[in-house]
Design a binder for this molecule. Sequence first.
Ligand code: DC
Length: 217
Amino acid sequence: MIRIAIDGPSGAGKSTMAKLLAKDLGIDYIDTGAMYRALALKIFRTGIDCNNAEDLAKLLSTTDVDYEGGSVFLDGENVDGFIRTQEVSEMASVSSAIPAVREKLVALQKAMGQRKSLVMDGRDIGTNVLTDAECKFFLTASAHVRALRRAKEYEEKGLPCNVEEVEKDIETRDYRDSHRETNPLKQADDALLIDSSDMTIEEVVTAMKNVIQKVNK
Ligand code: DC
C-alpha cells in the first residue's frame, strides 16, 4: 500500500501531477479540493449563511459528499460540471476555513486513506489528513507563473482573462489558505518541496516518480 500526499497552493499543478501519478501507478486519485467545492456548492444552492453555526450544522448533518472514479458526488449527484465557477471557488475558499466544514471532510478523507493506495491532493493532506503517508510532496510555483498558467487555460477555452487580476486573486486565496486557524496550507516537515516555476510537467513528474520508486521498493 502506498499513499501519496500532494499539497500546495492553487494553480501549482497538483491535480495534473496527481492524475498522472495515479494513472501510472494504477491507483486512485482523490481531489480533496473538489470535495470542499461540492460542499460550497450546496451552501450556495441552499442559500444559507455559512457563518450561522446552527444552519451550517444542520446542512452538514444532512449532506453527503463522496469522491469516486474521478468524480465528486453531492448527495448522490455528480456535480463535476458545477464546481469550477468563480462563485463556487470563492465560497469554497471561505467555507473551507470553517472548522465544522473541515471536521466533516477531513474525517471522510482519512477514512479513504485507510482503505487503499491512493494519491490525494489538497492543502493539509501531509500535515493533517494522511500524516503517515509513505510519500509527501509540497508542490509550489510563484504566483506570477501560476497566474500565467491559469490565463493560458482560460485562453484555450476562449474565455476572457486579465492576468493581473488572476494573479491578485491567487494571492488572496494563498493568504486565506495559509493564514486560517484550522489546518492551514503548510509544508509538512517530511514533505519534499518542489518549486515548478521553471520546470515542465515532465520534469516535475520525473522528480516525483524518482522519489516514489525509492519509497515503494
Ligand atoms: O484545490 P482547489 O482550488 O480545488 O480547492 C478549493 C478550495 O478548498 C480552496 O480554497 C482550498 C480549499 N481546500 C482546503 O482547504 N483543503 C484541502 N485539503 C483542499 C482544498
